[in-house]
Design a protein around this ligand. Structure first.
Ligand code: SF4
Length: 352
């Protein structure tokens, strides 16, 4: 019997039949772009691949109609068969309840539209700005606070980037540029290298921060082209990964993280506290331990941003505080993430 992990490896290995046998044995994995283009974008396919009961399919179609499903094969390979409660599956499986409108949940929960002085640029906190470097992701997380973000209005052309870059040049108090999205690494290395070149020419910029989930969901994204521009920049590099469960960190992710570190990046992680995904002390402790094994420091544990369609993931503040208090009994201080909430209009994240 072929396991799904093995099927993934077979599907993502390119072997030319015209090559001699010994050369065919030198196998080449498909590129991250090929893996991204083959990501699952149809709930029915997801159900077939995982052997899920069709009872949930109607709801999945409804959720998919609101925010389309996207699951790359490398992530699918880490999900258990026929288990609707798998913590990785729950992050990507659309549900009918996403159509409910819960009080206190909004389309733009962080009011980002009020902080956009230029196309593709969000300036909420002093000293740092966020650049929407890509309108897409390699995975669509059901709880994403930007699931309704108007990306079509925030995808600048190179000419339009000049306005955002001029904004950065004119404000000497800005020391850090944060590449965000979507997922910034979903865009081409050519475009990213160009953008980083523009940024490093701004003398008062010191740091480049990249918020990404791509090394977790398609570890092959961390390839030589990415490492080339990352290693070359004069800016100090921080990569903030987004990992919610220890099961997301397999050997391929560990290897990708090692490559990022070799290129000079400091690796941090932010998680979201999610009902029925990671809302237990044991799960959170295992996540911190596994992060450290992969060379990543736990940074933030966010409570859910109240985005419309994600209310079923909510964990109340009192329970979140209790979980973190218990977590302190299990972990050394340097493995404790900070429990925070983002409140619109505040100058920084708010500790809970
Ligand atoms: S990778 Fe990040 S930005 Fe993309 S859908 Fe998931 S949470 Fe949202």
């Amino acid at each position: 019997m072929i396991t799904r992990r093995r099927a993934f490896l077979q599907e993502n290995i390119i072997i030319s039949a015209s090559e001699p046998q010994e050369q065919r044995n030198t196998m080449m994995r498909s590129t991250w772009q090929q893996q991204l283009s083959k990501a699952i974008r149809d709930p029915q396919v997801l159900f077939e691949r995982l052997g899920l009961s069709n009872d949930l399919l109607t709801g999945a179609q409804i959720g998919h109609g609101l925010f389309e499903i996207c699951v790359p094969e490398a992530y699918l390979a880490k999900i258990a068969d026929a288990d609707p409660n798998d913590p990785l599956l729950r992050q990507v499986l659309p549900l009918g309840k996403e159509a409910s409108t819960a009080p206190g949940y909004f389309v733009d929960p962080l009011e980002e539209a009020d902080h956009q002085p230029a196309k593709g640029l969000i300036h909420k906190y002093s000293g740092r700005v966020l650049l929407i470097a890509s309108p897409t992701c390699a995975i669509n997380c059901r709880y994403c606070f930007r699931r309704h973000f108007p990306y079509s209005e925030n995808s600048p052309s190179r000419a339009q980037w000049q306005e955002a870059l001029d904004y950065l040049r004119s404000d000497t108090t800005i020391h850090e540029a944060i590449l965000s999205g979507g997922d910034p690494l979903a865009t081409s290395d050519r475009q990213l290298a160009w953008l980083v070149e523009q940024l490093e020419d701004i003398p008062h910029l010191k740091r480049l921060r990249i918020h990404t989930r791509l090394p977790v969901v398609i570890p092959d994204r961390v390839d030589s082209a990415l490492l080339g521009w990352l290693a070359a920049t004069r800016l100090q590099k921080v990569v903030v990964l987004h990992i919610n469960h220890a099961k997301e960190i397999d050997q391929a992710v560990v290897d990708a993280c090692a490559r990022l570190k070799q290129a000079g990046a400091t690796l941090l992680n932010q998680s979201v506290l999610l009902r029925d995904v990671n809302d237990s002390t044991v799960t959170l402790a295992a996540l911190s331990e596994r992060l450290f094994e992969a060379g990543i420091l736990p940074y933030y544990l966010h409570v859910l941003d109240p985005v419309q369609g994600a209310a079923h993931f909510d964990v109340p503040d009192s329970e979140a505080r209790e979980l973190v208090a218990q977590l302190r009994d299990h972990l050394p201080g340097f493995l404790m993430p900070r429990l925070v909430r983002e409140i619109p209009g505040k100058g920084s994240k708010t500790p809970l």
